[in-house]
Design a protein around this ligand. Structure first.
Ligand SMILES: N[C@@H](CCC(=O)N[C@@H](CS)C(=O)NCC(=O)O)C(=O)O
Length: 216
């Protein structure tokens, strides 16, 4: 698709982390688009169900064609505007591998880690002890599944402040994760507990991680 102007309309709800993916992508592309807020507190209108029969947000109308499912919407936008550099084209020399690495990272984050975080947050009302098992599972999944991918990520994503499709797909969930911790819905007491912090040297760990995950 050439860099001509396209008619873009995003059906969204600002509280939805999935729809948020499309907003991140569109912000990075820096293209004008029309926005329609879908009220999720009431049944979907007949008009909206014609756009997206699943009744979910986001839905993207692009030159009259509808694309749904946030991961597909974000990847579609990245492909439609290759000049934005969110992901290399599959025809680039390094493109297929970079695309595979990004897709695997995103898939791993969502299939192995996010569910545990959501489970821990869902147990918020039952107290910190009830959140512990899911929290431990989340940390274990990050250590086992995510960290090894970050170590090799730098040539493909995460190596600079420039967003790639990996951050487009995960950013809204990372925002929520940090906000849950900040506002005490998740893990705040745990990560402050002296048994947890007894061997913790934040500066040292961060310096080591910066070194380990630096662009080689
Ligand atoms: N797999 C979908 C999930 C989208 C989704 O679950 N959206 C929620 C809002 S966050 C929704 O539309 N829910 C409909 C409802 O609440 O009735 C995607 O990635 O686009």
């Amino acid at each position: 698709m050439a860099a001509t102007s396209h008619k873009i309309k995003l059906y969204t709800s600002h509280g939805c982390p999935w729809a948020h993916r499309a907003h991140i992508a569109l912000a990075e592309l820096n293209v004008p688009f029309q926005e329609e807020i879908v009220d999720l507190s009431v049944p979907r209108t007949r008009e909206y169900l014609k756009v997206n029969p699943r009744g979910l947000v986001p839905a993207l109308e692009f030159d009259g064609q509808v694309v749904t499912e946030s991961g597909i919407v974000a990847a579609f936008l990245a492909d439609a505007y290759p000049q934005a550099g969110l992901v290399p084209a599959s025809t680039d020399a390094n493109g297929p591998l970079a695309r595979a690495r990004i897709a695997f990272f995103v898939d791993t984050y969502f299939s192995k880690a996010v569910g545990h975080a959501q489970k821990a947050v869902a147990a918020y009302a039952d107290g910190e002890a009830a959140q512990q098992p899911a929290l431990a599972d989340f940390v274990a999944a990050v250590v086992k599944e995510i960290e090894p991918l970050l170590a090799d990520a730098a040539p493909f994503f995460g190596g600079s402040s420039k967003l790639t499709l990996a951050e487009v797909q995960t950013g809204s969930f990372l925002l929520r994760l940090y906000a849950y911790i900040k506002h005490g819905l998740w893990a705040k007491a745990t990560i402050a507990h002296e048994s947890v912090t007894c061997v913790w040297d934040e500066d040292r760990v961060i310096a080591h991680s910066r070194y380990r995950f630096a662009k080689k």
